[in-house]
Design a protein around this ligand. Structure first.
Ligand SMILES: Nc1ncnc2c1ncn2[C@@H]1O[C@H](COP(=O)(O)OP(=O)(O)OP(=O)(O)O)[C@@H](O)[C@H]1O
Length: 620
């Protein structure tokens, strides 16, 4: 028997409230070094002060795949700068392992102290142990069917210990309290470490960020030494590029990547629009191994010749389907195909998302070479950890209905604390107006949308995360990727037109094994979404109201980009399995492998009217 939504909210709140503030420090951590330090490439960092700065190349493990590892840019003589131009300066240390050369060992030079992104001084000597509490409920993921396709797929691992990530990175995994890899990590990390290109689809909140960060950081640590331009050069030459669609998501990925790369000697820099470019330029001048960026700001930096992509070995697109849709595709093509980035097969490319429409998969194959397709759970499915409710609410009743929900939630709150509630609306004006109305009615709320300044956006997010303002009214700018602990309830005050957007929105709760609640207000205006919504809910074992089923039966296949129309429940995975897929021989499909659970034939397809309306102005 189902409990009431208020009970669910209370339960969810109990799980989500009170395990300490997660206030976000936000943005780039300013370094307090009095003088500007020289950039030191990873292979020259962490050497004893008296040692010869000329590096002995790290003995890189023989790669199983001859792609990026044989990159002619690696260790090449493109840059004739004398090696003693580089001076140790960026912190590092702690490495104990063999086979990781001089990248993981060493010490802080005192020239520039690496800020501890964990904000503590813990030591990390304890081994990985199952007993440690991480808050993640792995049982929730055990039954998820996994499918891979492509040639020679490397086998998954069960533990981090099985993966050769190096001591420094392993220490950081412990600091993050990750005891064992999530399913997407179990599969994706060995694939990426073997050098293969990857298109990976896994549910929201299932740990995709680490799945692409670990192989990049590990790869840079053990890669061949790279010679880059001398100190003081104005152009930065990152080895890895991680692109994401929003500023806040780029900031978040940067924060995560800094934790994972702490004391590895790998330097991560973020560049995104709306923030002063000068500070970002200064960070880039100090050197960058991994650049996390939004496309607009990156194009700006490329046009100013402040960043060159010619040494890129790793390209990761987070929210890849969004990055390749109509709104972003031209910018992505410019960055990836029309500047100086090495082509597919030379660089290694990783695409990650919780949703991967087929037309986007087809497009994405332009950026990949002989890739492996990985689906953890059905492509575009929502996690069963989220209890989904859909209620029929007329436009004119939405505010009072929201008020009822919030009152009940407050009454059921834990220790008088309002659980964090994220309310999605369609327009920026609508967001401001609803925020004002909520505040007037005694519910502290803030907003995040594209008309707010970046400072306001970051402030709003911090205030929400810390619980100071427990209601955040947002447009789709907050729909993807944001990992905000303790969000107990997502309300779709206005439903999106696209079911994939709905999947990402509700995915702001029910993350990392925790449960969550999502409530949608539905009325005639959303009829085109009815079928996709009903199918999605059914797939995730949710109660579908009879009235929604009637709407779904009435609605034609034409609206809502109904990805399930014409397909079986588990149909529609790797597009290469479809006979219609033909990229002129530039790629191939090497067979499929369903690891657990069975999938029907790939007969699905979009019955919808083409890809959605493109990008709303909320996006960066
Ligand atoms: N192996 C692990 N053990 C414990 N927690 C983990 C592990 N991997 C990731 N997490 C945590 O799970 C949460 C969700 O991870 P992440 O943000 O990478 O999800 P995601 O799959 O990228 O979600 P989305 O699709 O919404 O972008 C984060 O708080 C992260 O720290």
């Amino acid at each position: 028997m189902r409990t009431s939504w208020a009970d669910l909210a209370a339960n969810s709140a109990a799980e989500n409230v009170g395990s300490g503030s997660s206030a976000n420090n936000g943005g780039i951590v300013a370094n307090s070094a009095p003088t500007r330090p020289a950039y030191v490439p990873p292979h020259l960092r962490n050497r004893p002060p008296s040692s010869d700065p000329s590096p002995a190349p790290a003995p890189a493990p023989a790669p199983a795949y001859s792609g990026p590892a044989s990159n002619t840019l690696q260790g090449g003589s493109r840059w004739a700068a004398p090696r003693n131009e580089y001076r140790p300066g960026y912190g590092g240390g702690g490495g104990r392992g063999s086979g990781w050369g001089n990248r993981s060992g060493g010490m802080d030079r005192g020239r520039e102290r690496e800020v501890n992104p964990f904000g503590d001084d813990d030591d990390t000597e304890q081994p990985f142990t199952e007993q440690e509490t991480t808050g993640i409920n792995f049982d929730a993921y055990e039954d998820i069917p996994v499918e891979t396709s492509g040639e020679n797929v490397p086998p998954p691992v069960n533990t981090f210990a099985e993966i050769d990530l190096g001591d420094a990175l392993n220490d950081n995994i412990r600091r993050c309290k990750y005891v064992k890899p999530t399913p997407v990590q179990r599969h994706a990390i060995p694939i990426s470490l073997s050098g293969r290109d990857l298109m990976a689809c896994a549910q929201t909140g299932s740990g995709k960020t680490a799945a692409f960060c670990f192989p990049i950081i590990g790869g840079i640590m053990r890669g061949q030494p790279v010679q880059r331009p001398p100190r003081g050069a104005r152009t930065a030459y990152p080895l890895a590029l991680i692109l994401s669609p929003t500023r806040e998501l780029s900031v978040q990925i940067h924060e995560e990547a800094r934790k994972f790369s702490y004391k590895t000697g790998v330097r991560v820099v973020v560049a995104y629009g709306g923030a002063p470019i000068n500070q970002q330029l200064r960070e880039l001048e100090r050197g960058v191994d991994i650049l996390v960026a939004t496309p607009g700001r990156l194009v700006d930096l490329l046009e100013r010749a402040r960043v060159s992509l010619q040494m890129i070995r790793y390209l990761a697109l987070d929210e890849a389907d969004r990055m390749l849709d109509m709104g972003f595709e031209p910018q992505i093509r410019k960055i990836v195909q029309q500047m100086d980035m090495p082509p597919p097969g030379v660089r290694q490319t990783m695409l990650f998302s919780a949703t991967f429409p087929k037309e986007i998969q087809r497009l994405a194959s332009d950026f990949l070479a002989s890739y492996i397709f990985l689906a953890v759970g059905r492509v575009g499915s929502s996690t069963d950890l989220i209890v989904q409710r859909v209620e029929f609410v007329l436009e004119s009743d939405k505010r009072s209905h929201l008020m009822d929900l919030l009152h009940a939630q407050r009454a059921n709150g834990v220790q008088g604390k309002q659980a964090l509630t994220l309310v999605f609306v369609e327009t920026k004006k609508g967001a401001d107006s609803l925020e004002h109305w909520l505040c007037m009615n005694g519910f502290p709320a803030t907003t995040i949308h594209g008309d707010r300044s970046q400072q306001e956006r970051e402030y709003a997010l911090r205030s929400f995360k810390s619980g100071n303002t427990p209601i955040l009214v947002a447009t789709d700018v907050a729909a993807r990727g944001l990992d905000i602990p303790h969000v107990a309830h997502v309300v779709n005050f206005d439903l999106p037109n696209d079911i994939d957007d709905y999947v990402h929105r509700i995915g702001r709760t029910g993350r990392a094994g925790k449960t969550g609640l999502a409530t949608a207000f539905f009325n005639e205006n959303n009829a085109s979404l009815a079928r996709a919504l009903a199918d999605l809910m059914q797939e995730s074992n949710q109660e579908v109201p009879a009235w929604l089923s009637r709407f779904a039966a009435r609605s034609s296949f034409g609206g809502g980009r109904n990805r399930r129309s014409g397909g079986g429940r588990f149909g529609g995975r790797d597009v290469r399995r479809e006979s219609s897929f033909n990229r002129g021989g530039s790629d191939y499909y090497g067979g499929g492998n369903s690891i657990s659970g069975g999938y029907g034939a790939s007969s699905g397809g979009y019955g919808g009217s083409g890809y959605g309306p493109g990008v709303t102005s909320a996006w960066d």
